[in-house]
Unconditional design. Sequence first.
Length: 296
Amino acid sequence: MEFKDYYKILGVNKSATEAEIKKAYRKLARKHHPDLNKGDKRSSEKFKEINEANEVLSNPENRKKYDKYGKDWKHAEEFEKAQKHQRSSQGNHQQYNSHSNFDESDFSDYFSSMFGGMGGQRQSRGQFKGRDYNTVLTLNLSDILETQKQTLSLNGKKIRLNIPAGVENNQTIKIKNHGEKIEGGINGDLYIQFNIKNDTSFKRDKSHLYKNVSLDLYTAVLGGNITISTIDGKKVKLKVRPGTQNGEKVKLTGKGMPVYKKEGGFGNLYVTYKIEIPKNLTAKEKELFTELSKLR
């Protein structure tokens, strides 16, 4: 197997923190995502490499094995078992301990000699698990108001997904056995991270929504009725009380986002009134405002 420098692929140093690795992965995944580079085979291959690198480096255990054993990191457990066996049966031979620093060739040559050049797969094949795949699925906020079915193409195969309403931005879900296929072993899993773009005028905080609504001065002072639209396009009438202040908030219960995986559950919509001061007043209007100011 060819050695791949996962640190180089993500453009980070070996000493990079988990947060730095996550940031680098997201940036590259967005840049090379198949939806943004349709027909670009090079970007598609790069996207696979980026996901493969992230799968290893974002997992502390996998990263530790990779740092120690290079391209053969998946067989670390088999190697360490073989290492113990060698120590016990060949007391006078070269000793390896947990503080040894192996390079990739050290491990590959030793592992090959112990398992007949098959990388351990012939004897321990049933224990191996295929690689997990990672992908990013971009949706609009307006797309997740209801549960929907979507078909995802991955490595030439179509996977039908049931996407629950109210899924969160950056939320990751696991689809079992849809990663790398291993004959005689355990298939890897598929991890889908959601990138939710807000294509609405609402601000989202989990299942709650927030919206600023303009209110003319006269309605704010005297009171009245206004009509606003909720995120699903439905109209709602609001009664504005006389003397409403700028920045005053109104809660509309159950008019927010669907609650993830909670049938019939919805968050709230919080409306903030922004009072508009009249501009370009006529002479008559100025006169009336002047009279009002004297009355107050």
